[in-house]
Design a protein. Structure first.
Length: 219
């Protein structure tokens, strides 16, 4: 059975967290959510990442996004680790919950198992995975990084902006797109529809194929 991926529905798991026991759907509500996993507590790259996520909390909040982390250690370990995270990233508070998964059940159901990393007892560890989940509880995007590479939070915010814009309008975002730049109009939108959707106008790029499929507009 293939693992959870883009287009799949996030399972409504009941989880133990640093904020108490909860069901994922109750936590997410009608919001967007980012569910992210880390190989272990008190590890260097993870400590920098959770601190950076806390530092970006305002950016996520203004986009209506909730954060929830996961590591295979227990709640008490998480709470002690949070002290280190906040000390390393001064001024940031880890206000989001972190799931405890010592039995490794949750990470398997969320497709967050590292294929190579093992703990000292030979048990599987979580990968450095991240799922962006829409209000409909479907996975809109997944990142999977190796344990050795920390994520770029600016890129996390950028792709979130792209997803939210494309879900609101019939557009996509081109390579290296940043908020405020032009978007491309979906091929499913006819030129007639595009004129109504983008009254300010749009540009069709002239290409050798003469197919007129590359159309740029501001949203």
């Amino acid at each position: 059975m293939p693992g959870l991926t883009i287009g799949d529905t996030l399972p409504n798991l009941e989880v133990e967290t640093t904020h108490g026991r909860m069901k994922l759907y109750d936590f997410i509500g009608d919001s967007w959510a980012i569910v992210f996993s880390h190989p272990g507590d008190f590890t260097p790259v993870c400590t920098t990442e959770l601190g950076k996520l806390a530092a970006y909390a305002q950016e996520f909040e203004k986009r209506g996004v909730k954060l929830i982390g996961l590591s295979c250690d227990d709640v008490n370990s998480h709470k002690e680790w949070i002290k280190d995270i906040e000390a390393f990233t001064p001024g940031s508070k880890v206000n989001y919950p972190i799931i405890a998964d010592p039995e490794r059940h949750v990470m398997k159901q969320l497709n967050m198992v590292d294929p190579d990393e093992k703990d000292s007892d030979g048990r599987a560890l979580p990968s450095r995975a991240l799922h962006m989940v829409g209000p409909d509880k479907t996975i809109r995007l997944s990142f999977l990084y190796p344990a050795t590479t920390g994520r770029n939070m600016d890129e996390v915010v950028r792709v979130l902006d792209s997803l939210q814009k494309s879900s609101k309008h019939k557009v996509a975002t081109p390579a290296n797109w940043k908020p405020g730049e032009r978007v491309v109009i979906s091929p499913s939108v006819s030129d007639e529809e595009a004129k109504k959707m983008f009254p300010q106008g749009f540009e069709t790029v002239s290409l050798p194929s003469q197919k007129g499929y590359l159309r740029f507009a501001h949203v």
